[in-house]
Ligand binder design. Structure first.
Ligand SMILES: [Zn+2]
Length: 106
């Protein structure tokens, strides 16, 4: 095991648990999407599998964006208004990019 030096400038929040959760979710999404795509590749494409593959693609994008925000140090803040997203919300939806107010405004 090699010790890695954490150079992230701490904002007081440690997202390592949520990052691990996001990475696990991401791996899960990739696997499910591959299964859905395999079903789509059959001679009679299954519209349910096609929609699932498309939904999973969107979720993957959201997870990647959340991981990028952790790296950039902007994670945990609403991308619209910059308000802090409550941790309870992040635990339910670690890839949430907007606060409740901005999400319901959409
Ligand atoms: Zn907001």
């Amino acid at each position: 095991m090699s010790a890695s030096i954490d150079t992230t400038t701490s904002t007081g929040s440690d997202w390592s648990a949520l990052r691990a959760q996001l990475e696990a979710q991401r791996a899960d999404c990739v696997r499910q999407r591959e299964e859905a795509l395999a079903e789509c590749a059959q001679s009679v494409p299954d519209p349910v599998a096609q929609r699932r593959a498309a939904d999973l693609q969107v979720t993957l994008g959201e997870i990647d964006a959340a991981l990028a925000r952790i790296d950039a140090g902007t994670y945990g803040r609403c991308v619209e208004c910059g308000a802090a997203i409550p941790e309870e919300r992040l635990e339910l939806r670690p890839f949430a990019s907007r606060c409740v107010t901005c999400t319901s405004a959409h």
